[in-house]
Design a protein around this ligand. Sequence first.
Ligand SMILES: Nc1ncnc2c1ncn2[C@@H]1O[C@H](COP(=O)(O)OP(=O)(O)O)[C@@H](O)[C@H]1O
Ligand SMILES: [Mg+2]
Length: 269
Amino acid sequence: MNPSTKIIVFSNHKGGCGKTSSIVNLAGELGRLGYKILVVDLDAQANASLHIGKLHPSEVKTTAADLLLSKENLLSQAIHEDTYFENVHLIYGDLSLNAAEDKLKDIAPRPNEELEYKLRPLQGLYDVILIDTPPSLRGLTFNALAAATHLVIPIESGSQYGMYGVADLLAIVHRFQETINPKLNVLGVLLIRHDNRLTVCKLIEAIAAQQVGKLLPLRISTSTKVNQAAMLHKTVYGLDPASRVGREFKDLAHYIAEELGLEGKNDGK
Ligand SMILES: Nc1ncnc2c1ncn2[C@@H]1O[C@H](COP(=O)(O)OP(=O)(O)O)[C@@H](O)[C@H]1O
Ligand SMILES: [Mg+2]
C-alpha cells in the first residue's frame, strides 16, 4: 500500500474528449497491476459508473452527491467495493449531482473543498483515487481540482475544436495552485483519438504543447473497441490484449505508476 494516496483528476470541460474512457481504462489497468484504486464519479451522466459498477446509478443509496452534501461523512456507505474491475472500488455518480452542485454553495463552509475534506480519511488506504469530472467548469470540477494531487487534460486531437476552453481550464488551475491547492501538479495533456498521419492531429499536438507546456509521452488512438469495452464492462486491454488501444491504455497505467512513484507491483503480464 502506498503511504501517500495520489489523487488524479481528468478534466476538460469540453464534452466527449475522452475523460471517462481514459479514467476507466486507467483504473482497470492500474487495478490489474495490483494497485488499490478508487474511482469517484462526479458526472451526473454517470458513464464511468455504468462501465465499472454492477448497480444502476439510480438504485444506489449513497452516491457522490450524498457524500458531498451529507453533514456526517458517509464514505463507508458511498464506497462500493464490488465492481466489474479487480482492485477498483467506486463512488457512484448519478443525476442528483446536478442539484448537489448548487446546494453545496448553501450548506458547505467552503463549497469547493467539500470533496477534499470528505476524502481525507482515505489517505493511505488507496494507491490512487481517480476523479472523473463533468463537462463544465463549475463547482463539481472545482471540488475535483481542490482535492487532486495531479491533473491530466485529455484533448481530442482529431477535432479542430479540441483546444476550445483549455485556456480557461488552465487559468482556473493556476488560481487553484496559487490559492487553495498548491500541491496540484499538472501531469500534462493526453491526446485522444490521435493519428499521427493526420495534419489536424499534428496541429492540435503542437498547439497543446505550446499552450499547456506538457504532453504525456503517450497517445491514445481511435478504435470502436473503446465503446465495445464499455458495453461489456471491461477495459479495452481486457477485451482484446492484442489491440493497439488496449496496449496504449496499459502503457498509460505503467507510465502513471512510474511518474507518481507508486510502489512496484507485478508487471501485469
Ligand atoms: N480512443 C477512442 N476511440 C474511439 N472512441 C472513443 C475513444 N475515446 C472515447 N471514445 C468514445 O467517444 C465518446 C466520448 O468519450 P468519453 O470518454 O465519454 O468522453 P468525455 O468523458 O470527455 O465526455 C464515447 O462514446 C467514447 O466511447
Ligand atoms: Mg465523461
